[in-house]
Design a protein around this ligand. Structure first.
Ligand code: ZN
Ligand code: ZN
Length: 457
């Protein structure tokens, strides 16, 4: 808007607006400040009083109108952008601000909302729920977190916090989060160290030929993929951290990778069972890094550089890969039910081993033999599996299954009773299993018969 320099009457009409708009379009909005009114207005512009000199208005009409019309000025106008834009993202103080003024101007000019989706977030508070402020000294600068824990942990905090309400941030929470980060990283590192001789093009074992435990792991991976993709799509990022952490700790470290150890360390490197485990681990790691790449960008890129890939894959960067998809072939309700029961029994065994370990009767679980007393369907299930495989699952030297009354020394668990006995046989120097066959084969001192078989195959 302009004002007459003489009588002060305001000047604003179609011609003056067009003149200003043309100037903005060509020279940018900043031009307003260093251009004289006479250079902007059409030649011959005159006030009612006859004066031809004008001054410019220097106040902003409405800051919300300015920002609220950006969908038109920015998105409608540029070829590389679309109208309406996919998403408006701002703090929850913008309902009466930017979201509102954008909606009003867009509905007025086009009849529709200026965005497909609106995401709002709460504010960051300190550990006690107080507003962060520099003067109170309770704020944590992002750079401090990056310096201490790395950028990936800061990003992990961002997704782990439920942004839909106000979020609390404290040094304690960050420390805890960095431990969670380490668990995820260590899971990846363990898998990496066990697939370094694995070439997916040559060594991949087809799903049908995999061991049941490896099939179980892929089924759990399916569930991880399904939950994580759904969380991304619904902008429920905070669930990603919990789901991934649970997968790494409960399903991978505490169970799957733990049980795999003997297979990975004692089987012949090229044996079908070891390749089966490697195939599953490769698929799991490949999916994990792709799922986490948007969050743990640096960590995932680093893992990607060190892991094997299919030759046909574009391996330049994990960022170029597509998100993994659920593989229907791997879903198996029957298998899940069966293994849920086996995991229950395994938990009973672990519970029974604990006192023996505390009393220093055993060191590692391999120093013990266990006898499981069960009934009904648990007994049926255990009887259907050979005792060697059960011992492998429990990571004990021997495992037996018995019907009937358990002796008093047995420890009652959730689904069974478990008797723990120390295995007095000599420990095999290779697989660490106690066995009466250790040293019985000439030329193989201190080695059990099973290991000799694997070594001489
Ligand atoms: Zn005038
Ligand atoms: Zn052995």
């Amino acid at each position: 808007m302009f004002y007459c320099a003489d009588c002060g009457k305001e000047l604003i009409n179609k011609d003056t607006i067009k003149a200003v708009a043309d100037m903005f379009r060509k020279q940018g909005v900043g031009k307003w400040w260093d251009t004289d009114a006479s250079e902007i207005l059409p030649q011959g512009t005159k006030c009612e009083c006859g004066c031809t000199k004008f001054t410019k208005e220097k106040d902003i009409m409405d800051v919300w109108f300015d920002s609220g019309s950006s969908h038109a000025a920015v998105c409608e106008d540029r070829e590389d952008m679309t109208y309406p834009p996919d998403m408006y993202l701002e703090g929850n103080d913008q309902y009466r601000g930017w979201f509102q003024s954008s909606l009003l101007t867009s509905v007025a000019t086009t009849g529709k909302a200026p965005y497909n989706t609106v995401i709002t977030h709460g504010m960051i508070q300190d550990g006690e729920g107080k507003k962060m402020s520099k003067s109170k000294g309770n704020s944590i600068a992002p750079q401090e977190i990056v310096d201490q824990y790395g950028a990936d942990v800061l990003r992990l905090w961002v997704i782990s916090a439920d942004y839909r309400t106000d979020m609390r941030m404290s040094q304690d929470a960050l420390k805890q989060l960095s431990e969670g980060y380490r668990k995820i990283r260590n899971t990846a590192r363990y898998i990496l160290s066990n697939i370094n001789d694995f070439n997916p093009d040559k060594d991949m074992v087809s799903y049908e030929d995999m061991t049941e435990l490896d099939k179980w792991a892929l089924m759990k991976l399916n569930q991880l993929v399904e939950k994580t993709i759904a969380a991304y799509e619904n902008f429920e990022f905070h669930t990603i951290y919990g789901v991934m952490l649970n997968f790494c700790i409960v399903e991978m470290s505490n169970f799957y990778l733990d049980v795999l150890k003997s297979r990975l360390y004692t089987e012949k490197p090229t044996s079908q069972v070891r390749r089966s485990a490697q195939s599953a681990m490769f698929i799991i790691l490949d999916s994990m890094v792709k799922l986490l790449a948007p969050v743990l960008a640096f960590t995932c890129e680093e893992i990607w550089k060190y892991m094997p890939h299919y030759e046909s894959d574009d391996t330049v960067s994990v960022m170029l890969g597509d998100m993994p998809k659920v593989n229907e072939l791997w879903n198996n309700k029957e298998l899940e039910d069966k293994w849920n029961k086996l995991i229950d029994v395994r938990n009973d065994v672990n519970k029974a081993l604990e006192p023996a370990r505390n009393e220093k009767l055993i060191g590692k679980s391999l120093d013990a033999d266990v006898t499981i007393y069960a009934k009904g369907e648990i007994l049926e299930l255990l009887k259907s599996i050979n005792e060697k495989e059960l011992a492998e699952l429990f990571i004990t030297s021997k495992a037996a299954v018995k019907d009937g009354e358990a002796p008093d020394a047995a420890v009652a668990g959730d689904v069974s009773k478990v008797l723990v006995e120390v295995d007095k046989n000599e420990k095999c120097g290779r697989c660490w299993i106690h066995s009466e066959t250790v040293g019985t084969i000439a030329g193989f001192d201190g080695i059990c018969a099973d290991c000799v078989k694997k070594l001489t195959e």
